[in-house]
Design a protein around this ligand. Sequence first.
Ligand code: SF4
Length: 370
Amino acid sequence: MALLDLETGALLDGGAEPAVLLEPTADAAQLATASSADGVVGIRFPTFGDGRGHSLAVLLRERHGFKGEIRAIGYLIPDLAPFLLRSGFDTAEITDANDVETWKGALTRIKHIYQPGFRNPQPLRRNASRKAAEELDERLSETKDLAARITALRESIEGRTVFSTSLGLEDQAILHAIAASGADIDIFTLDTGRLFQEVLETVELSELRYGLRIRLVAPDANEVQQLVANDGVFGFRNSVENRKTCCEVRKVRPLNRELKGAQGWIAGIRREHSDERASVPLAAWDEAHGLIKINPVADWSTQELTAYITANNIPVNPLHARGFISIGCAPCTRAVQPGENPRAGRWWWENEEKKECGLHLNPLREGKAA
Ligand code: SF4
């Protein structure tokens, strides 16, 4: 038996024994346990043609965010090499070290892969790029008219473009402009399971007003069950780490699933929101998701936003009238006092600098070129 590095095609010396060995019949609980393994996770292929191991590797990578080594073990032939690599395997146990050249040949045989996969998360055919993002940022800066910006971004991005709305004031203004422009945009909100009833009522009100559908995107039920079993119903109040885990399960992972395959992502970030957001661009290349992220009201002031909402009689969440400005999940949001930072009501028990849930990282602040 020899151990092959699937990225390089080289034979490895030894290698640690797997900390966990998954059978192809592994269920969600076993996958969750394996994802927290401190060491190699092995996945067994009992027969040639049994593809369930590939699915397990994809779930470990995409659903559980497992970053460690995944090793293919069992009935493996060189033709499987590129598929193992794409589904997230790092290494494979091969029966004969003399076959290494055949394995290497299989790894380089397929030059272009058009389907999404773990090591090529986006299809190759796409017009979204860093350069396209820069051009769009320039184009959007030529006008402050929101409907014109929506039209411009839709003209500039060829593929699926999504709008993730929290039904806040900025998002309601964007929704109005999307409806006014008639742009083909996939609209959804992250239904974390902890939303205010008023948010859901605003969903319905908006759908009736604009005659469009706002999809509710739920987190993975097994992941939520596991989270609550580990940390408790209000475990997110016990530590920043717990809170980030809750946001990861209920928001970040569902969002990432929705962004997969999209070329454009519209969000309601404004520079006035916080220091963290002060330099957010109108459009920027989002390296993490491989798409163009557009913040079409980034440069709007609060006065401009309020005036637009009033002038167009846009439906808004009734909680705003009760002092709520930035509205997230019910247990993590409170009303703010006049003069307080608009985001002071989010996770108010935490240090100011830690108040992001991971959905909207500023590429300029993160050190990534926009
Ligand atoms: S805002 Fe609160 S309840 Fe909502 S996902 Fe984050 S920690 Fe969990």
